[in-house]
Each structure stands twice: as structure tokens, then as C-alpha cells.
Design a protein around this ligand. Structure first.
Ligand code: HEM
Length: 186
């Protein structure tokens, strides 16, 4: 508490961080709606499909040494989609419950106290879940995994190497090369 300059300062910082998160969340939703407008929202490449469950199954078999076949994935791997869905819905839960906690007196006029208490618990539990996910799964995938240790700079330059494309996104690579071939011959 002292580190943050007392209770009032801490509450203010929390609200500033919350506003930043709401801004980032809104930016993402607007971006998602506007980009690739010709494809319906639920048919975008990031939405999980049946194939992701098959890829997950094949990937697990590969990891546990039961098969030599690595799943051939497209623009987003099953685990990237899983990560994205966790972050997206986590954000919806944190922002929704956070706004209710922020304006608790107003919420009390419309929502029973027991439900509000459950929402408060949900906020704390989702925070714990998010931190557990970051420490256990994200830390390994993004930093400790020898393929990327200590981290890639993808989040700055937005690019992946050909080797990464060949291993994790061969179907998208095929599509890109087909398009390039068609452009050359056309
Ligand atoms: C990933 C993002 C977030 C994390 C990790 C987080 C974490 C937490 C935790 C652990 C608590 C304490 C819960 C308890 O008392 O059991 C809390 C309280 C609270 N959070 Fe969040 N939160 C996040 C996002 C948000 C957002 C987006 C808002 C607002 C829209 C928000 C508003 C609040 C409020 C108002 C409280 C009550 C404490 C106070 O009034 O200062 N939080 N948060």
C-alpha cells in the first residue's frame, strides 16, 4: 500500500489502469469489426473450428510420443486461438464485473446483494486464473520454450520466420505461395 502512495492513490491507479484496459478492449473490438469486413465475424480465421479439436488431439499425441505426425495448421494454431479466446472473454468478464464494482452503489439499486457479491468474487477469481495462466503457460510458450528463449521480437515487428511458418502455419504458407504463383503467371 505504501509503495502505491496509500489507499486513495492505489484506488486511483487501479481506475486509471481499468480505463486503459477498457480503451484497449474497445479498440480491439472496433478493429476486429472493421478489418476484413467482407468476411462475416463468426467466419474469421481466429474463430475455433472442428479442425482445431483434431489439431489439438494430434498435437497431444505428438507431444506424448504416440505419433510422429505434427498437425498442419493454418493462419492461427489451436493454441493461439485458445489463448485469444481466454484473453478476449477474460477481458469481457473483468471489464463487466469491474464496472459494476466501480459503481457499486448504483448496481445495488438494480442487482441483489448476493449476486453482486458473487460478481466481486468472480472478478478476483478471474484475476487469479489470468495470473496463473501467465505464469504457467504464457511464460513457457513465450519465454522459456527453447524455440523462442528469451523471447521473439514478433510483438514489435509483427513478422514470423519461414521456419516458423513451415512448422506452425504450413497451410497459410501454402495459400500465400499459391497466390504468389498465380500473380506471377497471371
Ligand atoms: C486483467 C485485469 C484486471 C485484474 C487482474 C484485476 C484484479 C483485481 C483484483 C485482484 C481485485 C480485488 C478483488 C477482491 O477484492 O477480491 C480487483 C478489484 C477491483 N477491480 Fe479489478 N482487475 C482487472 C480489471 C479491472 C477493470 C477493467 C475494472 C473496471 C472496469 C476493474 C475494477 C475493479 C474495482 C472497482 C475493484 C474493487 C477495488 C476498488 O474499488 O479499488 N478491474 N481487481
Amino acid at each position: 500500500m505504501d509503495f502505491f502512495g496509500g489507499l486513495d492513490n492505489m484506488a486511483l491507479l487501479r481506475r486509471l489502469a481499468a480505463l486503459l484496459m477498457i480503451g484497449v478492449g474497445l479498440y480491439h473490438v472496433i478493429y476486429y469489426i472493421l478489418v476484413e469486413r467482407h468476411i462475416p465475424l463468426w467466419k474469421r480465421a481466429v474463430i475455433p473450428t472442428k479442425k482445431d479439436f483434431v489439431d489439438f488431439y494430434m498435437h497431444m499425441k505428438y507431444i506424448f510420443g504416440l505419433s510422429d505426425e505434427f498437425p498442419k495448421m493454418g493462419r492461427y494454431t489451436w493454441f493461439e486461438k485458445f489463448d485469444y479466446m481466454g484473453a478476449f472473454w477474460g477481458m469481457v468478464i473483468m471489464i463487466g464485473s469491474g464496472i459494476i464494482m466501480w459503481k457499486f452503489d448504483i448496481a445495488l439499486q438494480y442487482i441483489p446483494l448476493g449476486v453482486l457479491e458473487a460478481i466481486w468474487v468472480m472478478h478476483g477469481e478471474e484475476a487469479t486464473l489470468a495470473i496463473a495462466f501467465l505464469v504457467l503457460i504464457h511464460m513457457y510458450n513465450a519465454h522459456i520454450n527453447p524455440e523462442v528463449f528469451p523471447m521473439t521480437l514478433r510483438w514489435i515487428h509483427g513478422k514470423v520466420t519461414r521456419k516458423e511458418m513451415e512448422k506452425y502455419h504450413p497451410l497459410e504458407l501454402e495459400e500465400i505461395e499459391k497466390k504468389k504463383g498465380a500473380e506471377k503467371s497471371g
